[in-house]
Ligand binder design. Structure first.
Ligand code: BMA
Length: 348
């Protein structure tokens, strides 16, 4: 057992493992920023983990694994055996344990279905007011959260210590594409949803292995970033999702404006901050990693940048063997201030 740490996190009963993770997270920006990938070890282009092998598209290219591992809980709430992207939850548990054992950082996103309509997270039909305490769908939503809590509580090492997780629910709420997003509920309702989720997990289900991450999509200003912010007592890490969708010039501006803003808010609040999702779909620019990404994020003080999933030939955000940006990705990996698993595992 490592020595006990005095450090405040949102959950006042947080496990020691969570406090150690927070200390590691605070160390990272002193050296650089960490590379993360969604579903890195669950599947990649042309392969799917069958439970017998351990690899990732990134490790095939580099001989080194990502430092940060994103996994997704959508459909856990329905009691399904696999998530909305066909990752089996038992396998996910194993991959989380392995990544943690290796010294990686785990972050979980959640795209729960719309509780009012049984359609997907992308169904904007009003539902938040109904799932809050006192609402007609509150019992149903609590049952959903119970399933999430059960999964989180089962994340333990072989020795029985809890595995700390950066939990990033209700993300991109400033956009209007999710049922918890802008225009589909009020900021007041959103904040209440966040607090009730926090309280339900920590107080009713004794989930104490989480750091809470609040993550918007790209914003125009500080007011937009903070419009749905539930309060300093309910958040540990500030996040922002920044995708390269239009021109390179536009993305460079988005990165600089948003990450400068995030760093300002992070410093004011004394909270670590990260680019919690992003990338250029199909990485269609040969030197994107060193020239577009690194040159515009390296000086911002982010803890990590996580790239989205390598799902299909026309939906992937990290290189694989033979992909056009692979050579540049190797150069990116070699930069002293870009951290992959080999380096991050040394930050104890
Ligand atoms: C989106 C896409 C979807 C996926 C969802 C949740 O960005 O990748 O295919 O279902 O994330 O992982």
């Amino acid at each position: 057992m490592k020595k006990s740490v005095s450090l405040n996190v949102a959950d006042e009963k947080a496990d020691e493992s969570v406090k150690h993770l927070m200390l590691r997270i605070k160390e990272i920006p002193k050296t650089g920023y960490a590379f993360g990938h969604q579903d890195a070890t669950a599947y990649g282009l042309g392969w799917k983990n069958d439970g017998n092998s351990y690899k990732s598209d990134v490790s095939e290219v580099l001989g080194d694994f990502p430092a940060v591992y994103g996994f997704e809980l959508g459909h856990l709430e329905l009691g399904h055996s696999q998530n909305l992207d066909t990752v089996n939850f038992n396998l996910m548990g194993k991959l989380i344990k392995k990544a943690h054992k290796d010294g990686g950082i785990i972050t979980l996103s959640w795209h729960p279905d719309n509780p009012a309509t049984k359609k997907s997270a992308w169904d904007p039909s009003p539902t938040v007011s109904h799932i809050l305490n006192g609402g007609s769908l509150h019992p149903k939503y609590r049952a959903w959260l119970s399933k999430v809590a059960e999964f989180l509580n089962a994340l333990k090492t072989k020795r029985g210590n809890s595995i700390p997780i950066v939990f990033r629910p209700y993300h991109e709420m400033n956009g209007s594409w999710f049922w918890w997003g802008h225009g589909n509920c009020t900021p007041k309702e959103f904040k209440q949803l966040w607090k009730e989720t926090f309280e339900y997990l920590t107080q009713i289900h004794d989930v104490h292995n989480l750091l809470y991450c609040y993550a918007t999509d790209a914003v125009k200003n500080e007011a937009e970033y903070l419009r749905y912010y539930p309060g300093d007592d309910y958040v540990d890490i500030l996040g922002i999702d920044l995708y390269h969708k239009k021109t390179t010039e536009a993305y460079i501006e988005i990165l600089n404006d948003n990450l400068t803003l995030l760093s300002k808010i992070g410093k004011q609040k004394n909270k670590p901050y990260a680019m919690t999702e992003g990338g250029l779909n199909m990485v269609t620019i040969d030197n994107w990693w060193t020239e577009v990404l690194h040159k515009n994020v390296a000086d911002k003080g982010i803890v990590w940048a996580l790239f989205w999933r390598n799902a299909w030939p026309d939906h992937y955000f990290a290189p694989f063997i033979g992909q056009q940006s692979s050579a540049d990705f190797k150069e990116f990996h070699a930069l002293p201030n870009v951290l992959f698993l080999k380096e991050i595992s040394k930050i104890k």
